[in-house]
Design a protein around this ligand. Structure first.
Ligand SMILES: [Zn+2]
Length: 373
């Protein structure tokens, strides 16, 4: 059997499709708690986690990220707010690696070990944070994951610190910050964040979470220009949220400022067609690693894989029932406008403006104003 191609080789050859949301979707299905968003499910409900991994793989994802978001010991304790902490981060991350590997191995996908911010960075300082990162790194080393990714960081100083620990693993590194147009928690611009992330030596840098596809692409365009000026050439990654929230664009915390966060976001869910458009535009501006964060579901990932099928030289393992804009179903329908072929075209779907209004609801809500402590 030939060796599995690594992440850097895959990125050199063309688009890499990431996976989608884990904690948001597991929460919806009853296997995680909104609020803490910690992944005890890898131990308590392994079948549920494995099933979701498999759905992303079946949708065409090249990468399975370990379901280890916020799995560091001080966050696990914080999440349980005084309740007994049953599982250590080492136990959770060990189980997360096993599940990710199981799902990935079936289809030759890569396993990515994830790092996320640790409360001790602010609470107890740099050395305490390092201890948490080292505990996570140890598990990824033991399981020999294919590469590692830091995501959801809102402070460039903290992601630099995390990167310095990740480097010791001698694996390819991806760094993602949840920055919007306003920059990080200290007001450092997305341009500056990108330059500093690239200068850590990370091979892949970009954004994830907090902002929708449109805002994230605006940020990525600024990042592309900034890196060009500095003659820096990391691969670019973008994994936005799967909700439509242009009204959160000017909040420093993005969709966390919405009054609907986190329990009433459903009406803002993006369509698969919006995922097609996101994939196309991201690819065209130079993003190579394209996936999703909170709210991105398997059908969104499938849309990315379908949109970039020609560039990747292959289709996802399963295409959607509509067979990507025009299957035989549409042409044989008894309903006349469908049978005429109008709905069997890419143009029809790409120009779709779906109605989503609810009578008697306001058409738009107003995001909360945010001040940092
Ligand atoms: Zn997210």
């Amino acid at each position: 059997m030939s060796e599995k191609k690594g992440i850097l080789q895959r990125l050199a050859e063309g688009p890499v499709v990431g996976d989608g949301s884990m904690c948001f979707i597991l929460e919806k299905r009853g296997y995680a708690k909104a609020g803490p968003w910690t992944p005890e499910a890898v131990i308590e409900y392994p079948d549920a986690v494995l099933q979701l991994h498999k759905e992303y793989v079946r949708s065409g994802a090249d990468v399975v990220q370990t379901a280890s978001f916020y799995s560091n010991d001080d966050k696990l304790a914080y999440g349980r707010k005084g309740e007994e902490v049953i599982h250590t981060s080492a136990e959770i991350n060990d189980a997360a690696c096993k599940l990710a590997k199981k799902a990935a191995d079936e289809n030759g996908c890569l396993v990515c070990g994830g790092f996320s911010p640790v409360p001790s960075y602010k609470k107890s300082g740099v050395e305490a944070a390092r201890v948490e990162y080292r505990k996570q790194a140890k598990v990824y080393q033991e399981h020999d994951v294919d590469f590692v990714m830091a995501e959801f960081f809102h402070d460039i100083n903290e992601i630099e610190l995390c990167a310095s620990e990740m480097k010791k693993l001698n694996k390819p590194i991806a760094l993602c910050m949840r920055v919007g147009l306003m920059g990080d928690v200290n007001g450092v611009s997305p341009e500056e964040c990108a330059i500093r992330m690239a200068k850590t030596g990370a091979e892949i840098i970009g954004t994830n979470c907090s902002y929708d596809t449109d805002t994230s692409l605006k940020v990525m365009k600024r990042i592309v220009n900034a890196l060009k000026k500095e003659d820096l050439h990391p691969y670019l990654i973008c994994q936005p949220i799967g909700y439509v929230c242009p009204d959160a664009e000017n909040s420093p915390i993005g969709f966390y400022s919405l009054i609907e966060y986190p329990l009433c976001l459903d009406p803002r869910s993006m369509t698969r067609i919006e995922a097609h458009k996101f994939a196309r535009e991201a690819w065209e501006i130079g993003v190579r690693y394209i996936g999703g964060c909170c709210g991105f579901e398997p059908h969104h990932i499938r849309a990315i894989a379908q949109e970039l099928a020609a560039e990747r030289g292959r289709k996802p393992p399963v295409e959607d029932m509509a067979q990507a804009f025009g299957g035989e179903y549409f042409k044989t329908s008894l309903v006349s406008d469908i049978a005429s072929g109008e709905t069997a075209t890419r143009e029809y779907w790409m120009n779709m403006k779906p109605g989503f209004g609810r009578p008697f609801n306001p058409s738009c809500s107003k995001p909360k104003e945010v001040k940092f402590n």
